[in-house]
Design a protein around this ligand. Structure first.
Ligand SMILES: [Zn+2]
Length: 358
């Protein structure tokens, strides 16, 4: 199996670098990023500016490339600001040779379709993006635009730290969880069923409410959201129980609630508790699953966002298309004391070891 650990170092001689699980560099002036997908398959993204609505583009690129690269090329996706090619590496020839062959074929095919290397900034859309930077894919950008983005994130984090409140956040989380609970409760009453997977929505809705109500965005926010979610899942389970009593005694819903409350300690007298306990366990299990699935969103605290933005800035490199403009941008935007840029060795701002800077 071909892994990132073996592939990425093999691309280093071509000026490719890696951070986390992404590898990035420039190929025939295309900003290219490489991401592992599965079983030796990697997503090769080439930065272009394509019409995202064009449904036939990806298919015709795929058909043409398959004639050259065979079945190793699978899915092709049009992301609008990049075209993504799923390519399977094998162990029949050196990995860098396979990459060169694939990347050359892709670059030539893109160019034949009039999809030249992107020459507008992925952030502001303006011309002469003198730098490249890892966003979701590797993209031409203005160093100043990236700088501005990081500054905005920092300011928002600072603002949240000073003015964010656990109390308003808690209110928001409760309201959010309430909205998130409507669907599971509607299903209990409408369809006489408890749908465990819907409980995965509760923590997501709670965090959404927390953020909307200017909750202070730090690690405490995660604790608050988890506690609110636990509370709501317990409430929904209780409503389910009340509904069961209501059905059992042919009572109204208020009486059902009252009966459920009075009989909480001796449910086994009325129901098959093994099925009931199974349902309740499932509801909490799926809530936990919801937390895991949406962790990328729940864990996006202010400081995590600042860190992500600073990491992005660390991948800023000269765009070989506009290399002569890079020195200027560097001196303008990365004065002596910038922590993120200054921590990069200056050598890394040279392209492929060639000094293109003024
Ligand atoms: Zn820009």
């Amino acid at each position: 199996m071909v892994t990132a650990q073996s592939l990425y170092p093999a691309l280093a001689p071509y000026g490719f670098e890696s951070t986390g699980n992404i590898c990035y560099g420039s190929w025939r002036n295309y900003a290219v990023s490489v991401l592992p997908a599965q079983y030796s398959i990697f997503q090769l993204s080439f930065a272009v500016r394509a019409d995202k609505q064009d449904k036939t583009l990806a298919k015709s690129l795929r058909d043409e490339l398959r004639q050259q690269l065979g079945k190793n090329l699978s899915t092709v996706l049009n992301l609008g600001n990049a075209i993504q090619f799923a390519y399977r590496f094998d162990n029949k020839s050196p990995q860098e040779q396979q990459f060169v062959r694939a990347a050359d074929a892709i670059a030539a095919t893109l160019s034949a379709h009039g999809l030249n290397p992107a020459s507008t900034c992925a952030v502001c859309g303006g011309g002469t993006p003198e730098s490249l930077c890892v966003l979701k894919t590797y993209q031409p950008v203005h160093a100043a635009c990236m700088r501005q983005q990081v500054e905005t994130v920092r300011e928002q984090a600072q603002e949240n730290k000073e003015n964010g409140s656990y109390l308003t956040g808690l209110v928001g989380a409760l309201l959010g969880a309430l909205v998130g609970s409507i669907l599971p409760i509607a299903l209990i009453i409408g369809a006489n069923t408890i749908s465990a997977f819907l409980f995965a929505l509760v923590p997501l809705a709670a965090m959404f409410g927390y953020r909307k109500f200017k909750g202070k965005s730090d690690k405490v926010s995660i604790v608050i959201v988890v506690l609110v979610s636990l509370l709501f899942v317990a409430v929904i389970d209780f409503v389910y129980l009340a509904y069961l009593f209501q059905q059992h005694f042919d009572a109204n819903f208020i009486q059902g609630l009252s009966l459920a409350f009075q009989n909480l300690g001796r449910l086994d007298y009325w129901f098959d508790t093994s099925a009931l306990i199974g349902d309740i366990l499932k509801s909490f299990l799926f809530m936990g699953l919801g937390i895991l699935i949406s962790w990328g969103y729940l864990g996006r605290t202010s400081s995590a966002q600042v860190q992500t933005a600073a990491n992005q800035l660390g991948t800023l490199r000269p765009n070989p298309m506009f290399a002569q403009d890079y020195g200027q941008a560097y001196s303008q935007d990365y004065g002596q004391d910038d922590s993120a840029a200054a921590s990069q060795p200056r050598q890394s701002f040279y392209w492929n070891g060639q000094n293109n800077m003024r």
